[in-house]
Design a protein around this ligand. Sequence first.
Ligand code: GLU
Length: 469
Amino acid sequence: MTVRVRFAPSPTGMFHVGGARSALQNWIYAKQQGGVFVLRIEDTDAARNKPEWTEGILSALDWIGISRGSYEGPYFQSANAGEHRAAATRLYESGRAYYCDCTREDVQARTGSQYQGYDGYHRDLGLGPGPGHALRFRTPDEGTTVVVDLIRGEPTFENKLIEDFVIARGDGSPVFLLANVVDDMTMGITHVIRAEEHLPNTPKQQLLWDALGVKPPVWAHVPVVVNEKRQKLSKRRDKVALEAYRDEGYLAGAMRNYLMLLGWAPSGDREIVPWSVIEDEFRLEEVNPSPAFFDEKKLRAFNGEYIRALPVPEFIDACQPWLTGTGTLAPPPWQPEEFDADAFAAVAPLAQTRIAVLSEIVPNVDFLFLASPLIDEAAWTKTMKDGSADLLDAAVAAFEALESWDAESLKSTLEAVGAERGLKLGKTQAPVRVAVTGRTVGLPLFESLEVLGRERTLTRMRAARLRLP
Ligand code: GLU
């Protein structure tokens, strides 16, 4: 039997990192089993779906390595509406479902307490289809439903605690629970690997599989993803969109490596490993069922390591979208014609060891491309003190006299200027750095000045000096 798995996102918002994690787990499982990965867009909630979210899912999957054309689909749930209705009719005709026109208030009036689920009132009243008549599944009164779950063992549910749930609304439209099962059935899905949040639906869905006469799939409910307060990652509170991480300059390789560590780890105390190792070693059965902490700080550190591991030319290429403001990225503060690829290449190795996400390249190198630096006024006030004017005057004079404009000469020259004033190099550098780059932190100063060149460095130092009393 060929293993067939599916990833079934609903296009109702940005693509959630937890979804990306489930997609990757499905992807690897299919690959390991020689199976097929199916992408199904669950777009039946017309009020909340938007086509751009579908496009966002496809491109985010592509980015993370699940590329278009390498899987089956995308299928659209809405295209299967006929099958959903046919299944509802079959369940009604076989007596496994019945119509009911009770409102919640009706049930409450009968049961006299808080709404505790439907009371089965219409089970044997023989109500037929009609406007406002919902179709309910007749759950078995006895026995248990045992879910075979590769991660959670065999969660067992008492059937008598499962209410006769709605499978088609009063307007005849099948609900998600049924549509999802019918799609999995028609697509021949053998393994449903999805988020833990769906586990409460699973016994109901398995009863539907049974009632429709098809062997249910094997399930695997992967752990919920939580923030540092152990709250489920939510789009209102946390940064959850895969696209947001991409736009900030996380590398796809780092991201997918990190996502696979949510609830699982490769052998031998390693965390950062080539994708091929993950593909070999990942075992769905080994995924820890407890909530998985999405640690953004750790992801950042990971990403820094991935950036540092890039060959320099690849790093240079990877930075281009931020340097040019491609796509949805903010344009950089310089004009395109001000950008100097050679100057960038000269400082790229220095930047590569210092940034954790690619977007940080922009504030590190903007001083090279702008006619005058963007002065951070807080940094200016903090740095420019009583002796700064004298220091800048002396540094300008000493730099003017330099024969060779290279990092080493610049450093020893400035060091001497500082020493004459009883200052260590750090203190001497600070006003020069702010004058030239506008900031207190950045790339190594003397290499920066070498690349910036004599003219521009001196012009900026003189301009800064003029601002001082
Ligand atoms: N469309 C559902 C979701 O996005 C997935 C349901 C499933 O995987 O079975 O949460």
